[in-house]
Write a protein that binds this ligand. Sequence first.
Ligand code: HGY
Ligand code: MN
Ligand code: MN
Length: 430
Amino acid sequence: MHPSPPVEVDAQALQGELDTLANFSDSPAPSVTRIVFTPTDMAARDYVKQLMREAGLTVREDAAGNIFARWQGSVDRAVATGSHCDAIPHAGKYDGTVGVLGAIAAIRALRNSGFTPQKSIDVIMFTSEEPTRFGIGCSGSRLMGGAIDPQTLEALSDAEGVTFAEARHAAGYTGELQTVELGTDTYDHFVELHIEQGPVLEHEQTNIGIVSAIAAPASLTIEFNGRGGHAGAVLMRDRQDALVPAAILVETAERLALDSASDDSVATVGMLDVHPSAVNSIPRKARLSLDIRDTQLEIRDSIVNHLVEKAQELAAARGLQCEIQHINSDPPVQADAQIMQAIHRAAESEGLSQLTLVSRAYHDALFIARKVPTGMIFVPSRDGISHRPDEYTSSAEIGAGVAVLARTLADLAGSSARERDSGGDSGGQR
Ligand code: HGY
Ligand code: MN
Ligand code: MN
């Protein structure tokens, strides 16, 4: 344990940067839409890289477009922090961005305090944490964590049929995706600062959340295909309506999650495409997305399996075709105890209240944790709202989270000054 230096965070400057970043959007303010590798995303990336360079960091990008900004230490070890800047359609301005711009602000605060790191500190902006364009979340961190085959990712395509490979090449990222995976010794620790996206911290009137675990997300699509036909001329007994079984599945998903033994079970149908989607035409295709999560893998998987069986039953009983595509099915992760203690010490040093909680949202940390001891710091979300334009965390709350991040990074990286003074190893945690 290495006492971390007191830090002064310029929360006002950081708020200005968050507000500027929010202007890079394909939807009108106050909403933010920023989809991976679009011109808006690329302009936002340029702004983030500018802030990284202005903070004295050395910037590089990998073949997937993950951005790394390094504060060089005095030994050949490193720790990392970071999050994402892409945003789902009509979202808010704090999801992910607090963990990227906040990390840059933490570096500035540490530099201004006179701290010099023994281990290098990397600030990472991960590519495409949101599943919006290519259907799977955390593309950049999944690759870094070795959690997806590069060729599988390359072949994923968006609604226009553009593949991940084509989109990243058009954005200027032409290296081999095989080079993205982290070695097990690339980083000693990874810490992500993020808004809670839930109501717990606000409800408990607590400043800082120390994440103990990240819930296990699974997503799949189910498509029913039938004959369709004229809404007036086809009698009910002769129909193969693709939308009715889809509607039954929507209600089934809700009921399975509500009836689950686990309070952490959540099931969401966020997308439902109907074809031909005409008032007087019987749907001949209905395609729904399913997002199922729980902190307990076996409970999550039992809900997924139940829905798959139900879909196949409905299709057979109604003479429909049913196509099921599993997108992802990821295990939960536990946070690293050492990092949790470092966050606890940092929050105490800042005189902040703190509690330990589970993250029900997934984050890049979920995949980095496969290679690196990982922890997360949460700051409150007003009314627990996220993925909405009225997502909000105050400057003061964000500033407190940044101060805790700064102290945690100093604790984990160790100070090269102390190393010089003591002539020995005063390095951070291993
Ligand atoms: O869906 C999630 O949990 C994250 O916000 N992408
Ligand atoms: Mn999100
Ligand atoms: Mn996020």
